[in-house]
Design a binder for this molecule. Sequence first.
Ligand code: PBG
Length: 337
Amino acid sequence: MQSKTALSARFPAARPRRMRRDEFSRRLMRENGLTPADFIYPVFVLEGSGEREAVTSMPGVERLSIDLLVKEAREVAALGIPAMALFPVTPQSAKSLDAREAFNPDGLAQRAVRALKDALPDLGVITDVALDPFTTHGQDGLLDETGYVMNEATVEVLVKQAVSHAAAGADVVAPSDMMDGRIGAVRSALESAGHIHTRILAYSAKYASSFYGPFRDAVGSAANLGGGNKYTYQMDPANSDEALREVELDLNEGADMVMVKPGMPYLDIVRRVKESFGVPTFAYQVSGEYAMLKAASMNGWLDERAVVMESLLCFKRAGADGILTYFAKTAAEWLAE
Ligand code: PBG
């Protein structure tokens, strides 16, 4: 009896390190992996032609005019990335209190969609449905006299915007505004207009996050927003049950896919959503997450390739079916090596 105890103390029966010893057994037991099919590539679109501008707070990210965007899209498609998400940089002169540029059939987003679908019919095109690039105050909706974002009045404009994107050929519309009832309203308007195949990717659990800062620089809404915040419509980072409630509502209203945003600090939400609903679930590694990884890498404090691939893999482990990431193209290139 005594010798048996001594033996097992010296030789544990379970040795997890056995399976970690060699690359072949590490590969065999690997539960998750990344492929280019996991990525959605967000891009910033500029007016003009032959135009490219660096985004200062997102080193390596550029705003591109439509002609250059089409070139970029060819490379993205060739790498096996299924879709791009478009974010227009609206000239200040086209912004207004009523955000009417949002549903201009010849607006920048609508023209970009047509150009991309024309050149690359098989590449998925996702459009952002929200008013912040089009309002003079940088909020995602229309304001009442107290400065509160009005729900129904905003949804009316979002619906027009979504239908104009679908009419231009967008495969997926992605409402990122967090108004109540907008998924149902967009869905029924799309159906009525005959856009029965247009998918809805709902930003269902979108938090009022400070990690969006560099994005607001990139689309030029930061200055308009000034000291303003989005606390009356985006979610409180303290909450988790509320995210499930939002996802449930959006699914009931006709969302085909749901999204959690931001990504890395919110992977617990991704896990809960995936386990609770089992629907196509996406997560957005947002601009501030990109900026953090990039800044530390540029300083030589982190190994860029290693941390980027690890961060993306962790989204998959948490249950995400796909990841919106500014690293999509670079990561797909690394995967191809
Ligand atoms: C706008 C929108 C934002 C992002 C995507 N769509 C910013 C915001 O809500 O203020 C952020 C994306 C990022 O930070 O990368 N509705």
